[in-house]
Write a protein that binds this ligand. Structure first.
Ligand code: HEM
Ligand code: MYR
Length: 418
């Protein structure tokens, strides 16, 4: 069956198969239909799924797609928050995105990595005193300290523990149903209260964070009309900085997993130049599942190839599947950093953190920061510490959003490498 030339999956609803097949849901159907675009029904709504480079390019055309009204409510309640940059379009989006990009200057990223190194050093001292550590949990706390310091306000040990737990629950519950999802909603509410306190203190002059920090910039940011942002929005956008920084722990876990699964890579990385280090990091971001797909809404009727796409349709761009597309990647299911040796700088075929442009589009504001944090962490794991990897369950599921290695990576007898 087709609808306006678009292959259509029969049946009332396919939310259950989506939860079962997870990251591979779109990829599986793209193969069966032999089409980079098909229609199905998800959460009761007609949904157009798109995959591959050319589909990504169309998806990021702001004349054709909008974000307003696209994000499923359950995601807004756990991950994004209400009226955040993810839900904006046009001039308003661009102005808000400039605010996010304003903390990502070269200088500020350098500060970020310096802070990251300091906390890795402290963590390593602590871990050396323990028999074993759960890397995921440790790194989340480390990242929380980095996030707080970099964003402009230090918090004490007790509060870091609380904050780490709440921030993790917002993204760990993002793609779940049941109790994990409700934990996420609850965490979002608690975090919003916590952040609101900070914003009040700053606006009342009781707290003065340094000028180049997120806390300072966002609290005093003015909208296109020259008014300070609504406090609720400041809170949501600040959490859009804190939360994803903690989420980098998932990628750091996958770095550790890649090192365990490919011991030859460890040797290569010990002597690697910067180029190979970045190639390895990109391969981790391409190969392992993290952000599954992005949602948008069709702005106006249009025809792509011979497919007629209708105004108002919900559309999903397949992130995981595009990063594993056989037409773009040679042996996509092989972990091979060398594939990036002669990879051009295409903005639509490698899209682990979204595609297109930063300012005029929705591409992840924190992509460079993520890469730099991964680089620091990789350097520590390869060059500054030794550890044993005890027997454990390193598998990860293709139908958990996000997917994290089951054991969260246990390291034993961690010692500083001299
Ligand atoms: C948007 C992934 C880390 C801030 C996005 C998008 C993805 C993504 C897929 C959506 C792109 C789109 O809608 O077209 C990730 C992953 C990360 C990560 C996998 C790894 C942990 C970060 C970090 C920050 C950040 C560290 C900030 C410090 C943002 C913001 C947006 C965004 C503000 C919204 C951009 C917009 O709507 O214009 N990210 N991200 N992310 N990310 Fe990230
Ligand atoms: C962020 O916090 O903004 C980025 C990192 C969190 C990733 C969470 C991945 C699972 C989310 C499921 C999304 C389903 C998309 C419609």
């Amino acid at each position: 069956m087709t609808n306006n030339g678009i292959p259509r999956e029969e049946g009332l609803d396919h939310t259950l198969p989506l939860l079962k097949e997870g990251y591979e849901f779109i990829m599986n159907r793209k193969r069966n239909f032999n089409s980079n675009i098909f229609e199905t029904r998800i959460m009761g709504k007609k949904s157009i799924c798109m995959s591959g480079r050319d589909a990504a390019q169309v998806f990021y055309d702001t004349d054709l797609f909008q974000r307003e009204g696209a994000a499923p409510n359950r995601l807004v309640q756990t991950l994004f928050g209400e009226n955040g940059v993810q839900t904006l379009d046009g001039e308003v989006h661009r102005h808000r995105k400039e605010m996010h990009m304003s903390i990502m200057s070269e200088d500020n990223l350098k500060k970020f990595t310096e802070i990251a190194v300091q906390y890795w050093e402290k963590a390593l001292d602590q871990w050396s005193k323990k028999y074993e550590i759960v890397l995921y949990d440790e790194v989340k706390e480390l990242l929380c300290k980095v996030a707080c310091t970099w964003a402009g306000v230090l918090v004490d040990e007790e509060e870091v523990k609380w904050l780490t737990k709440e921030l993790s629950e917002t993204f760990e519950g993002a793609g779940s149903v049941g109790p994990t999802h409700w934990k996420g909603r609850n965490a979002q509410n608690q975090l919003e209260k916590w952040m609101m306190e900070l914003v009040h203190k700053i606006r009342d002059g009781r707290l003065i964070p340094p000028e180049d920090t997120a806390l300072h910039k966002y609290t005093w940011h003015k909208d296109l009309n020259g008014n300070l942002l609504d406090k609720n929005i400041v809170v949501v956008e600040l959490l859009n900085v804190y939360r994803p920084i903690i989420a980098i722990s998932v990628y750091i876990n996958f770095i550790a997993l890649a090192l365990i699964e490919h011991p030859d890579e460890v040797e290569k990385l010990k002597n690697a130049d910067e180029k190979y280090t970045y190639m390895f990091i990109d391969e981790v971001r391409r190969f392992y599942p993290f952000f599954p797909f992005i949602a948008a809404k069709v702005k106006d009727d249009f025809t792509w190839r011979d497919y007629k796409v209708q105004k108002g349709s919900l559309a999903f761009l397949d992130i995981y599947g595009t990063n594993h597309d056989e037409n773009l990647w040679l042996y996509p299911e092989e972990f091979n950093p060398n594939r990036f040796a002669d990879q051009g700088n295409d903005r639509f075929s490698f899209i682990p953190q979204g595609g297109g442009e930063y300012l005029t589009g929705h591409r992840c504001a924190g992509e460079q920061l993520t890469i730099e944090m991964m680089k620091v962490s990789l350097d520590y794991l390869v060059n500054h510490m030794v550890y044993e990897v005890p027997e454990q369950d390193l598998t990860f599921e293709m139908n958990e959003f996000p997917s994290i290695p089951r054991s969260r990576i246990i390291l034993r007898n961690v010692e500083r490498k001299l």
